[in-house]
Unconditional design. Structure first.
Length: 156
């Protein structure tokens, strides 16, 4: 979950007034990047229009660009806080858990293996749960794991 914090509202930094954007425009921008619907969506839009809202839970940071632009046009100072409550792997855990690095290297070998000639191309067996965890790893951490430096992974 990602949280959008509005640190402050400043008329000096605004290039548009609160009335420049319609309630419908606020609702559209909020709906694109949050899970809000109906009355809660309109209530949130009204709070933003009145410059009273200070925190908003985002479901999609990429789609929040329009909302952030709108807030900044009204003079909001915006800060994004990314929270990952359940990361797939923790760096500290990998430091002392060689089994995970072994699992990943075995997975990569199975995943990269070419199909046997004349047989079903999708006959390769590998762990789908591990595949999902690997997809969620940061590129830097995955690179460290694949390079074989699993023993030295830890906080830098």
């Amino acid at each position: 979950m990602t949280i959008l914090h509005i640190k402050e509202w400043s008329d000096a930094h605004a290039w548009a007034s609160g009335n420049s954007w319609s309630l419908k425009a606020y609702c559209q921008r909020i709906q694109m990047c949050t899970n809000l619907k109906g009355t809660e969506l309109k209530r949130t839009a009204r709070l933003i229009k009145k410059r009273e809202l200070l925190k908003l839970d985002l479901s999609d940071l990429k789609k929040a660009e329009a909302l952030i632009h709108t807030l900044e046009s009204m003079g909001a100072s915006v800060e994004i806080e990314a929270q990952n409550s359940n990361p797939p792997f923790k760096r500290e855990a990998l430091k002392c858990n060689k089994a995970i690095t072994d699992q990943i290297s075995r997975f990569v070998q199975q995943y990269a293996r070419k199909a046997s000639k004349g047989k079903e191309p999708n006959d390769r067996q590998y762990d789908r749960k591990l595949e999902e965890k690997i997809k969620n790893l940061s590129p830097e951490l995955l690179s460290e794991l694949l390079s074989g430096d699993g023993e030295s992974i830890g906080p830098k």
